[in-house]
Write a protein that binds this ligand. Sequence first.
Ligand SMILES: [Fe+2]
Length: 207
Amino acid sequence: MLKFKMIVVGPLETNCYLVYDEETRDCLIIDPGAEGEKVFPVVAEENLKPAAIINTHGHIDHIGANRDMKDKYDIPLYLHPADKDLTTRFHQLELSLFLGAKDSPPADHPLHDGDRIRVGNGALRVLHTPGHSPGSVCLQAGDFLLSGDTLFFEGVGRTDLPGGDARQLERSIRDRLMTLPDETEVLPGHGPLTTIGAERENLSFTE
Ligand SMILES: [Fe+2]
């Protein structure tokens, strides 16, 4: 049975998640955006064994503590290849200084639609959901979905940043996320948790 812990990090209040197998304590670190020092004690308190880092996309507020996680746990980093340039081309230098973000090491493994990332006796299924960024992914495990910056409580991801595409975002949400069961719990990259059913009510895409 996979469970999760949420840790809010950095000035943009990014939700970093630890997704773990309740029995084996194997754990994936999703979007360590900043403030590694807030993540480490939770890993220790919960007796978790980090196995990998996964970025839902390459924006700086989601990747800023990748290096801290690598240095501490020596584990591989997963990212969709379409967002590779966002992490390695460190063009948002001033922003990164403000956010306390460190440049990210390159990904060790590409994420692709349909991949299953094993953790303990469970797995996260990768859904490629471009729109907020070209390489945005959501990660599904049983009855919950890590939605990155694609879907939020009462909202959807912005598409005005480089590589953003409003039509793609709409397709991703309609075709990939709204086909999930209503009761699926949604764990967004910022803000409160929600469900697929609640957001189905809120969606206001115009045909
Ligand atoms: Fe983002």
